[in-house]
Structures are given as structure tokens and as C-alpha cells.
Design a binder for this molecule. Structure first.
Ligand code: GLC
Length: 612
């Protein structure tokens, strides 16, 4: 090429880049000085200004929540302008499961969102359903059924405040909690995620939980709560997960609506829609309940998020699913799949753009959805400073946090039997034998949603019941551990710890809730020893106890207490009195499931609990 041509080419390229740099820097100046970037402007003014600047693509991007598991190219966050991302049950950052690695990962994801033209911040969501349970080393509280047994909304609020602090310490500002299901049939695998069967109790705890996460109102100090799963998730036939709740509207309103009214009064900023159906119609397709009732009649001003790929279940036609769910009132769609998988986030974006072009989804519906999402982001101060206070990170799993969780454990225990004052035990007994594998298994103690979706094993830091007993007794007391319940000679007391292996969601659905044969045999062996038998049941729901109750001198329902096993030892040895009350009735047999009073008196009524 001649020298002259080379020079002209170089000049041309230089001019192009100079022009582009001017364009982008001018654009940057424009957005940086735009009203929506000015925190002195009202939230509504900022929403209006930003919405007016957004293209349809940018608006639809805000309605997408992609899962960390399936965003293989993080540039997609900037390319499509995702409004949110999440970690589903088993979706973890690569590398060590530490708060620091979570924080680094979430910060990187957020940085991609700020590369977009309008720099709309990403909000990251996670299931923190009994503490920041996906992360190793965090403080894990009793699952909701245990918190329901405390009947202590103030304590529940404090627990969620601590959870919010630990979640925020990893850069995350949205939790898919509280679950405010009013569970009717304990065969449902998610019974333990519910505070109980009484709408009034669930409503009280729902409001307290929302306040704990968000504070009195959404602010830069809030973690966004998400009341779930709207509506009737706990009322499906036979407790089948994602099943069909069959009832008239009056019953639906009496049993399942009050907790949402309470959560909305408490200012909840998001609500997750249920996989389940009401009278055969998928909730994700129910415009009457999502829009007319929830947003209209109840005046919900936050945004509705779908459950994990839940819209896919409306029909075999994904584009129809998109149209139906958005028109029903969904504002953000949890789309856990990326390119290469059907029903992925690119397909969703293209389908929704086509639906708007075809006038099957109105621009007004898109603007309503996006306005709801932006309003929350402005109220939470995400545009100003979404950085993380390192002191929050440092406090994750702290002694102070664990002390509160220990108090939750103490108050969650329900004493069902205490023959001849077998409890409290003396701390200076000569020989105590602890039996049952569950006594030394933090996985059973914590239940599902613990580091992994289904939970299991020694996966995090905490204190087992066995260790807690060893820590509390006198130095002279010999504590033996006999997992199979043999060699009990000489025991002054036998503590039998039995219960359910961990599970989550539909994998926990059961048709039979009998205490396992192994656990029943273990308790029988303990009784045969002749020593007083103190039985502790670790379960996500009432079980059919059979002879186990009669074979025990004392019997405690401990639910799924989380990491702080000391709370159980505190009550066993009298440092605290048992105050828990059943959050749901306890069936005597399998004909009494689903609070089925038609088949005689339950073994224990809702609200039952002894003390000393
Ligand atoms: C799950 C659950 C929901 C959870 C979501 C994200 O399927 O139904 O409670 O928040 O997916 O993990």
C-alpha cells in the first residue's frame, strides 16, 4: 500500500475511534447526569425518567432473572441487560464455598450489569430460608416450622435481621423468603418451610420476617424479602408438591390470603408465584389472583417473580407460556436455562419482543412490570452504592449471631411428654448414653436447604446434639455415644435422637409418615435398658409415633433446629425451660393427615406444649 494511503487510512481509523469515544463519553456524561441518576429526585421521577430512556430490549432485559448455573458467558449480563440473577438450590460459584468467594463472584456479576448503556444495577437473589444457608460457615436457624413453634414474632424478626446481615455480607440483596405457606397436609415435603397451619400465626410471623429482612421500609440497608409462594402452595390435595389446591374462593381467602395481606402491610417488595394450581389453573396463568386480587384489591406495589422455570409448565408452547404469564401479571421471570437448552433466556427475550410486536403483550404491561422492578431498585439505593460493608462479611457466623440462633432453638422445642419429671436432667449424672446416628449428624439437624438443595452430611460449622450434651455436663459425667443403641448398661439416662433424613421440596413428599422402623427399634432398645429415656425427634413435620411415645419418659419435638445444637442441651439440662407450642396439630394415625378432624382427636392439638 502507498505511504499516502496508509496515512489516510490511519487518520480515518483515528477519526472513527475519536468519534466513538466522544459518543460514548457523551453518552456516559448523559446518563451520569440524567435525573434517574440523581438521588435527590423522587423515586417516581427517577422511574419515569429511566423508563423513558429505555429501549424495549432494555426493558425486557430487566424482566429476566438468570441463574448463575447457566450463564456460561457473563458478557450476556451486559448484552441483554439482565435485571437479576440468582443462585438456585445447587447453583454455587466456582471455587471454595466461602463468604469471600461468594462476595467476589456476586461483585463480578454486578460489574457486568454496570457495563450497559444505562448502568441499571443487577439485584442478586438467593434462598436464605433458615439463615444464609447456601454458604458454609453461616448461622443456620431453625426452619420455619420450629420458628412457628416459638410463637415469638420478635425473635423471628431478629433472626431474619441477622440473616439479612449475613446475606448482605456476601453482596446479595434479595432473599426468596419468607415462605408463608399455610400448610394443611403434613405429607407435603415443604411442611417445614411453613410457620404452621393457622393463618393468624403465619400472618404474624410473615410480617415479622419481612421487617427483619427489609426494616420498616425499603432502604439502602434493606435486603429485599420475597413472600412465597402465592397462593395456596400449602393447600394442595394430599400435600402433593406443585399440585392442585381444590377449594372455593372463600376458603382460599380465609386460609391462604391473610399472610400475604400481612406481608404487604409490612412492605414486602417482592412476591414469588406458586408452581401449584388452584382448581386446575396454574397460578402462573391466573390473572384474576395475580393482577385483580394481589395488585388491585390488595394494592401490592412491588413486583411478582416466577418460580424456577415455572412458566414452562403452563403449556408445551413456550411462547404461549411467556404471553400467558406476563399478561397474568408476572413482572420478572426466573429463567434458569441458557443457550443450548430449550426455554432459555435468549428465547424468552425474543419471544417477548415478538409478542409485543404482535400486540399480544401490550407496551403498558411491559412498562408496568419494569416500573415495579426499577422502583424497588431505587428504593434500595442500588443505583447509589451497592457495595458491601466488610464488617458484615466479618460478622458471618459470629458468636453473637449464633447466640440468637441458640435462643431460637431453645424457644422452638416442644415438650410433648415428661413422665415423672424425667426432665430436666441433672448435669452431674454419672453416666449418660446418647443413642442414634442423628445425635452426631449436623445434616439431619439442619435439614434441607443446607449448603446443598437437599441438605446432608457434615457440610457446615455448628454443634451437634451429642457435642452439646458433652459440653454442658459436669466434668465427672461420662457421656457415651452408641449410634445403634446397644451397650446401654449402667446408663443413668438415655438420650435417643431420631428423625428424618434431609430433603427439600417434592423429594420430601410422603404418603406414609410413620417414624422409621429403625428409630422405633432404637427407642425400644433404650427403654429395655431400664434407664429414663429422653427422646428428641428431628423432623420437618409431625410423624406418626406409634409406640415410641409410650416407650419414652420424655419426648421433645425439636423440628430442624439448625447449627446451634446447644439450644437443645440448654433445655434438656434445665438452663432454659421448654416454651414451644405446636404450630400444627399432631396426627395420631394416617387418617388424620391434613388437619382432618373428621377422624377423631389428634394425638396433640395445635398449640400444645408442656413446660417445667
Ligand atoms: C425452587 C422453589 C423456590 C425457590 C426457587 C429458587 O424451585 O420452589 O422456593 O425460591 O426454586 O431456588
Amino acid at each position: 500500500m502507498k505511504l499516502k494511503t496508509k496515512i489516510l487510512t490511519a487518520l480515518g481509523i483515528g477519526c472513527y475511534w475519536a468519534m466513538m469515544m466522544n459518543f460514548f463519553s457523551a453518552q456516559a456524561k448523559e446518563t451520569d447526569t440524567a435525573p434517574y441518576m440523581d438521588p435527590s429526585e423522587s423515586v417516581e421521577a427517577r422511574v419515569t425518567d429511566l423508563l423513558s430512556r429505555m429501549t424495549l430490549d432494555e426493558k425486557i432485559g430487566q424482566m429476566v432473572q438468570a441463574d448463575l448455573c447457566c450463564v456460561s458467558n457473563r458478557a450476556d449480563i451486559a448484552k441483554y441487560g439482565f435485571g437479576s440473577m440468582l443462585s438456585g438450590g445447587d447453583s454455587k460459584p466456582t471455587g471454595p464455598n466461602t463468604p469471600e468467594n461468594w462476595l467476589q463472584t456476586v461483585n463480578d456479576l454486578k460489574s457486568w450489569a454496570l457495563k450497559t448503556r444505562l448502568k441499571i444495577p443487577l439485584i442478586y437473589g438467593i434462598d436464605a430460608v433458615h439463615g444464609h444457608n447456601d454458604v458454609v460457615g453461616t448461622t443456620l436457624f431453625p426452619h420455619h416450622i420450629g420458628m412457628g413453634a416459638t410463637h415469638d414474632p420478635a425473635l423471628a424478626e431478629e433472626a431474619e435481621r441477622i440473616t439479612a446481615s449475613e446475606v448482605a455480607g456476601t453482596g446479595i440483596r434479595w432473599v426468596f423468603a419468607p415462605c408463608i405457606a399455610v400448610v394443611q397436609d403434613e405429607r407435603w415435603g415443604r411442611t417445614y418451610e411453613s410457620y404452621g397451619q393457622d393463618p393468624a400465626l403465619v400472618s404474624e410471623m410473615a410480617a415479622a420476617s419481612v421487617k427483619g429482612f427489609q426494616g420498616d421500609e425499603l432502604s439502602p440497608h434493606s435486603v429485599l424479602a420475597c413472600a412465597k409462594h402465592f397462593i395456596g402452595d400449602g393447600g394442595t390435595q394430599n400435600g402433593i408438591d406443585q399440585g392442585n389446591a381444590v377449594c372455593d374462593e372463600a376458603t382460599l381467602r380465609r386460609l391462604y390470603l391473610p399472610p400475604y395481606e400481612a406481608a404487604i402491610r409490612a412492605g414486602v417488595g417482592s412476591i414469588m408465584v406458586s408452581y401449584s394450581s388452584w382448581n386446575g389453573l396454574k397460578m402462573h396463568a391466573n390473572k384474576y389472583l395475580l393482577t385483580d386480587v394481589l395488585k388491585g384489591e390488595l394494592g401490592f406495589k412491588g413486583f411478582l417473580v416466577s418460580d424456577w422455570a415455572a412458566i414452562d409448565e403452563i403449556s408445551p408452547d413456550y411462547k404461549y407460556d411467556v404471553e400467558t404469564s406476563i399478561n397474568a401479571g408476572l413482572d420478572m421471570i426466573m429463567i434458569p436455562y441458557g443457550p443450548g437448552h430449550p426455554n432459555n433466556y435468549v428465547e424468552f427475550i425474543n419471544d417477548l419482543k415478538d409478542l409485543v410486536a404482535e400486540r399480544k403483550v401490550s407496551p403498558a404491561r411491559i412498562d408496568d412490570a419494569v416500573s415495579r422492578i426499577l422502583r424497588i431498585k431505587f428504593q434500595m439505593g442500588l443505583f447509589e452504592n451497592d457495595g458491601t460493608d466488610p464488617s458484615l462479611t466479618a460478622q458471618i457466623g459470629s458468636t453473637e449471631h449464633r447466640q440468637i440462633a441458640r435462643e431460637c432453638v431453645r424457644e422452638s422445642l416442644v415438650l410433648l411428654k415428661n413422665k415423672r419429671h424425667a426432665l430436666p436432667l441433672a448435669k452431674d449424672l454419672k453416666h449418660i448414653t446418647v443413642v442414634g446416628e442423628a445425635a452426631n449428624d449436623l445434616g439431619v439437624q439442619c435439614g434441607g436447604w443446607t449448603v446443598s438443595w437437599q441438605g446432608s452430611g457434615q457440610v457446615t460449622r455448628g454443634t451437634t446434639i451429642l457435642q452439646a450434651v458433652r459440653d454442658i455436663v459436669s466434668p465427672q459425667t461420662q457421656v457415651r455415644f452408641s449410634p445403634d443403641g446397644r451397650n446401654l448398661a449402667g446408663a443413668d439416662a438415655v438420650i435417643a435422637v431420631v428423625g428424618e433424613p434431609p430433603y427439600a421440596e417434592g423429594l420430601g413428599d410422603r404418603t406414609n409418615l410413620d417414624l422409621s422402623a429403625g428409630d422405633s427399634a432404637l427407642i425400644a432398645r433404650a427403654k429395655a435398658s431400664g434407664a429414663p429415656v429422653i427422646t428428641i425427634l428431628l423432623s420437618g413435620r409431625p410423624l406418626i409415633l406409634g409406640r415410641a411415645l409410650g416407650s419414652s419418659d420424655a419426648f421433645i419435638a425439636a423440628w430442624l433446629p439448625g447449627t446451634e445444637g446447644e439450644g437443645i442441651a440448654d433445655v434438656l439440662f434445665g438452663d432454659a425451660k421448654p416454651t414451644g407450642k405446636l404450630p400444627r396439630e399432631w396426627p395420631k394415625n394416617d387418617r388424620q393427615f391434613a388437619a382432618n378432624a373428621m377422624h377423631g382427636r389428634p394425638l396433640f392439638r395445635d398449640g400444645y406444649g408442656l413446660t417445667y
